[in-house]
Ligand binder design. Structure first.
Ligand code: HEM
Length: 187
């Protein structure tokens, strides 16, 4: 098993986190859009936001670990075949993806705690409300949360299209590295 990243390959920890976060982001986006369309009498009206907030908190912890993991085990080097433009733009996109995720966590926390109530995490424990200002905070954090989520989805789709372009047109190992294909084969 290749747990840590090397200078040429992503290790299993980074690969697992990348795909867990990617799948959760698309799932949370769909769940978020669906739950705000529910009416008060719907059976999921309270349950869906509880699940959305609890998964959001777990994702937040996972992202903290992911940032720490980058220092413990730095990602592989850019391929020699990348142009400077590709190197700079891909770095900017990755930094933006990280910042968008943390912006979404913060705005989500502000929406949920605007009324001064803590957030229950799967009913096991609670995250306390630090700031609360019901009117303005819930509305403005809600708008920010929605716009950041849309930006994250669009940027991640462009990021995925770039990965597919590397695979099918440039025929390099960019996509294979994040799928762990070489390490599965023991290379
Ligand atoms: C919401 C969804 C996604 C997010 C937030 C995301 C985020 C990221 C981040 C932050 C990195 C950098 C990893 C690091 O250096 O630690 C990365 C790498 C990568 N991602 Fe994604 N990703 C998403 C979806 C996807 C999808 C759907 C694909 C492909 C179909 C993809 C392909 C890749 C590839 C190939 C790399 C490695 C790039 C390299 O070697 O420099 N990602 N992703």
């Amino acid at each position: 098993m290749l747990w840590k990243n090397t200078s040429t390959q992503f290790g299993h920890i980074s690969i697992l986190i990348h795909w867990l976060v990617a799948l959760s982001v698309y799932g949370m986006f769909a769940l978020g859009l669906w739950m705000v369309s529910l009416n008060y009498y719907d059976a999921w009206y309270h349950k869906a936001p509880e699940i959305h907030k609890s998964i959001g908190f777990v994702l937040f912890l996972l992202m903290i670990f992911r940032v720490l993991w980058r220092f413990i085990s730095p990602p592989p080097k850019a391929l020699d075949s990348y142009s400077n433009l590709v190197k700079i733009s891909s770095t900017l996109v990755k930094i933006s993806l990280y910042l968008l995720l943390f912006g979404i966590f913060l705005s989500g926390y502000l929406i949920s705690t605007a009324d001064g109530q803590p957030i229950s995490i799967f009913g096991y424990f609670e995250i306390p409300a630090i700031w609360s200002d019901e009117g303005i905070q819930a509305d403005s954090a809600g708008v920010v949360h929605l716009y950041l989520a849309w930006t994250l989805i669009i940027l991640s789709i462009l990021h995925a299209i770039a990965a597919l372009k590397h695979h099918f047109i440039d025929r390099d190992v960019t996509l294979k590295r994040i799928l762990g294909i070489r390490s599965w084969l023991g290379n």
